[in-house]
Every structure is written in C-alpha cells, then in structure tokens.
Design a protein around this ligand. Structure first.
Ligand SMILES: Nc1ncnc2c1ncn2[C@@H]1O[C@H](COP(=O)(O)OP(=O)(O)O)[C@@H](O)[C@H]1O
Ligand SMILES: [Mg+2]
Length: 316
C-alpha cells in the first residue's frame, strides 16, 4: 500500500462507445490493481444511472477507464466536476481539444508544431455546399495515398487509406458514418511511434510494427501477436529526444494534465517527426502502450495505477 491510505475509488468503464470492450478490459485491470493497492474499489459500467450511482457511492476519486466518445471528449469530466469528484487524467478543456483531431491539429499548426498537412470537412459541406467539387484540389494538395479519418474517433475506427481519387468517396462515406467532421490528411510513409507522458516526464518511445507490414488497425491493436511493440523503439538518441520533446510540447499545448499518450509518425525518408494526435485516456490493457512504456522505466502496472490516482487526488 503506497502512502495516503485506502480510498474509495470508482472505476468508470464500458459505456456506449464503440471502444466499449477495450474499456472493459482496461477497467478490469485497473480495478484489480487498485484492489491490490488496498483501496475500496467499485467498478461502474457507465449508463443512465451514472449520476445516481456516483451520488450513492460518494467516492474519493473516479478512475476513468473509458475510451472513445464520452470518456475522452469531456462529457464525463463535466459531470465529475459538477459532482465535485476528483478524477484521473486531463480536465475538460484538454479533453475537448484532444478528442477533436481538427481542433488539435489546428492548435499544433498555430503553435508551429509538426503535424501532417490536412484539410477538414463537415458533413454539411458535402450535403449542402457541393464540397465534392473541391475534392480534386484537395487531392492535388495532399497527394496520394491520403488518409481519411473521422475527427473524433479512436483505435483506428473509420480510418481509410485512399490510394487514388476513386477511393476517396467511399472513404468519406465510411468516415462520415462515425463523425460529422472528417480529416483528409497527407499520408506519412514511415514508423508508427507513441510517446506517453506521465507526471511531466516523457517515457521511452514505443514503436508499433504491424506483422503484415501495413496499417495498424483496430483488430491488430488489441490482438496479441498481430502487432509487435518495441520499447524502447530502436531510434538514434537525437530522434528519441526529439520525439519526447515534441510529445511533451503537444501535451502542454493542448492543456493535458497528469498523463497522456501522443501518437507520432517518423518519416521513412526524411526522418521528420509529425504528431497525429494526443490520447487523453490511454489504454490500460495487456497490450497497451502507456503501461508498457512505464514498465520500461521500472514503473509496474500497480505503481502506474497508484500514481494516476495519487495525481487525481492531489489535483487542485
Ligand atoms: N497521416 C498518416 N500517415 C500514415 N499513417 C497514418 C496516418 N494517420 C494515421 N495513420 C495510421 O493510423 C493509425 C491511427 O491513426 P490516429 O490518427 O492515431 O487515430 P486513432 O488512433 O484515433 O484512430 C496510426 O497509428 C497510423 O498507423
Ligand atoms: Mg492513435
């Protein structure tokens, strides 16, 4: 049992997001760790009775193990603030910024931090303003292949790579089925990196190397054996340092608190690093990258969970 004594902690998990199963897996692991740390733990599958259950339990803190929509976009954080319950991870404003790839990417561009070139469209632009007419100009600027992604999803859901102009309409339809806003982004051929931040410190870089050499999707991400994770990633010292600096800069820029995971690409030809996105609620499953990176510096899963809770309890 680490300092501070036993606390009553609610672990928020599940919910109605598309990443429900991942969240249940993260939540179960977190609950086990909190129990081993000696806390009084209540798992809560988030639904209509959320506020009533939180009032009833009156926990000392909420550990947010929700992924996708409500957990990451500030909705749950708003409720917890209203109820006066301390919670793990970033506050409302950072959640709002990070869960919207368009907002986050504009903030990076405005601050001079590298992110792949992009354009964004609202569904209404296509339905009511004839945006399809502008696609050739978009394609000319971004080149092929290009990446089409919903602005506010995670875990590679709804992401499509368009190899040619004929692939773009179907990719857009797929992305619009997840979100009203879509990002068209320049494709970066290179290495898939993640840098987790914990308590103001950038952890070792993790590289995701898909077995089939291509795209790291929802299935491969949560299936052990489909993707190899290398931690620390085999990068030269200068690239490692730059990736860590950049991740910290973006974490701060977007107003994140306590921890986050920053996804980056390293261009295969130029070695240039660009930031794809920041995840305010990184996965805590067996294959998740924040626990892996923490472990690489001697912070095991229980210690990591303990630290996340301690930061929540100490937050102003
Ligand atoms: N511009 C891009 N170029 C190359 N690969 C990309 C690009 N954008 C996304 N990807 C691939 O898709 C994965 C998921 O993209 P990301 O933007 O992190 O969205 P999310 O994780 O929220 O689904 C990345 O880890 C990367 O493998
Ligand atoms: Mg990502």
């Amino acid at each position: 049992m680490s300092g501070g004594g036993a606390r009553r902690v609610v672990v928020l998990k599940g919910g109605r997001s598309l990443e429900r199963q991942v969240s249940l897996a993260s939540g179960a692991r977190v609950q086990d760790a909190l129990e081993r740390l000696g806390h009084e733990v209540h798992g809560l599958d988030v639904g209509h009775d959320l506020v009533a259950r939180l009032r009833e339990l009156a926990p000392d803190a909420a550990f947010i193990a929700l992924h996708g929509s409500d957990g990451e976009n500030g909705t749950i954080q708003e409720l917890l603030e209203i109820l006066g319950i301390p919670y793990t991870g970033s506050g409302i404003s950072a959640c709002v910024r990070c869960s919207d790839k368009i907002l986050a990417k504009h903030a990076m561009v405005d601050a001079g931090l590298p992110t792949p070139d992009f354009l964004s469209f609202n569904e209404t632009a296509f339905k009511e303003l004839g945006a399809a007419e502008a696609l050739p100009a978009v394609e000319e600027r971004l080149g092929f292949p290009l990446v089409v992604k919903p602005s506010d999803q995670g875990s590679a859901l709804g992401i499509k790579f368009a190899a040619a102009a004929t692939d773009v309409p179907a990719a857009l339809v797929a992305a619009f089925s997840y979100s009203e806003k879509v990002v068209l982004e320049q494709y970066v051929k290179g290495r898939d990196l993640a840098v987790s931040i914990l308590d103001g410190r950038a952890l070792p870089v993790v590289e995701a190397v898909p077995d089939d050499g291509e795209f790291y999707d929802f299935t491969s991400r949560y299936t052990i054996g489909r993707t190899q994770f290398v931690c620390p990633a085999a990068l030269d010292d200068a690239t490692t340092a730059r990736a860590q600096e950049l991740a910290l800069a973006v974490h701060d820029l977007l107003g994140c608190r306590h921890f986050s995971r920053v996804d980056l690409m390293c261009d295969a030809v130029t070695g240039e690093l660009t930031v794809l996105e920041v995840n305010v609620i990184p996965g805590m499953t067996e294959t998740s990258l924040l626990p892996m990176a923490a472990d690489a510096v001697g912070i095991d899963f229980d210690a990591l969970v303990g630290k996340m809770l301690e930061l929540a309890l100490a937050a102003p």
